[in-house]
Design a protein. Structure first.
Length: 298
């Protein structure tokens, strides 16, 4: 860029505080790498070729992006004014995620969060691949390179239409679901959670009739439940919010046996980033403050 702006190797070398032969050598190496001349040189002048003009036009964008990357890296290393990419599963999108973001904003205003919704099974893989910095996942599968700890335990509740035959019952025993179709997200989206529901049904003496829902918008599932034909099972905090925001939807406790949902906070193993540590520590404080764990570690 210095040579392109000066159109003089001597002046450009002086500006860069390097010897002119060294600068000429670097330009020749760059031309060899690109496979095209960038300058037309003569004893009297230096001019840009067409390729040189293209590089001179595009290079400032690359240099600006590189400078930004360097600055963000330094800030991230210091835990200052950095952005954390947080993946969250749909069932956390109301109560848990809101509490975490509000507390993080209060305690660490320098940490910005880019929250992105994924199914639980996707989050550990994206953490290991470097696409995410932290995650909230429902009963995630263990994965090398990803650390985590239990953040929240809560019962699973039934979500159903107010017109459903079970809607008048204050509590629904699992055996009452024997003749119902359960509308659940497909197993591959949260295998351990799905299997826990199936196991509870088997314990109650039957194999459930499950309709696997494979679409990410939660509202689409709630709209389908409002028809009154199916029942869904979801963590209570999510179920209660769904009932408040979706006319015609009610929530009922599920008992005998009680089914528990386990939510974990996840992060890349061996990542010393202060910003990620801030998110994890804030999640722990939220769990303690809101009594999310039945038997919290002391």
């Amino acid at each position: 860029m210095a040579v392109a702006e000066e159109l003089h190797f001597g002046r450009a070398a002086t500006r860069l505080y390097i010897a002119q032969p060294s600068l000429s050598h670097q330009i020749r190496k760059l031309e060899e790498t690109l496979g095209t001349p960038l300058f037309v040189r003569s004893s009297r002048s230096v001019q840009l070729t067409s390729a040189g003009r293209t590089l001179a036009r595009e290079a400032p964008k690359a240099l600006a992006a590189l400078e930004q990357a360097v600055q963000l890296t330094r800030l991230a290393g210091a835990g200052i004014a950095t952005t954390v990419r947080l993946g969250y599963t749909p069932v956390t999108s109301f109560d848990t995620l809101t509490a975490l973001l509000d507390t993080l904003r209060e305690d660490h205003p320098d940490v910005m969060v880019d929250a992105r919704e994924f199914f639980s099974a996707e989050i550990p893989e994206r953490l290991r691949a470097g696409d995410l910095d932290a995650g909230l996942a429902l009963s995630p599968q263990p994965l090398d390179g990803v650390d985590g700890e239990l953040l929240r335990e809560e019962p699973v509740s039934a979500v159903l239409s107010a017109r459903h035959r079970l809607a008048d019952a204050p509590r629904i025993p699992v055996t009452a679901l024997r003749d119902e179709t359960l509308l659940l997200f497909a197993r591959h989206h949260a295998p351990a959670y799905y299997d826990a529901i199936v196991a509870a049904c088997h314990e109650a003496g039957f194999s459930p009739d499950i309709c696997a829902f494979d679409e990410p918008p939660v509202n689409a599932m709630l709209a389908r439940l409002s028809s009154g034909r199916e029942v869904s099972l979801a963590p209570t905090s999510f179920a209660e919010h769904a009932a408040k925001t979706s006319p015609g939807i009610v929530v009922r406790d599920v008992v005998d046996p009680l089914i528990m949902a386990e939510l974990f906070v996840l992060w890349p193993a061996n990542d010393p980033s202060p910003a990620i540590a801030s998110v994890v520590d804030t999640a722990r404080r939220c769990a303690e403050r809101n009594k999310w764990l039945r038997n919290p570690m002391t």
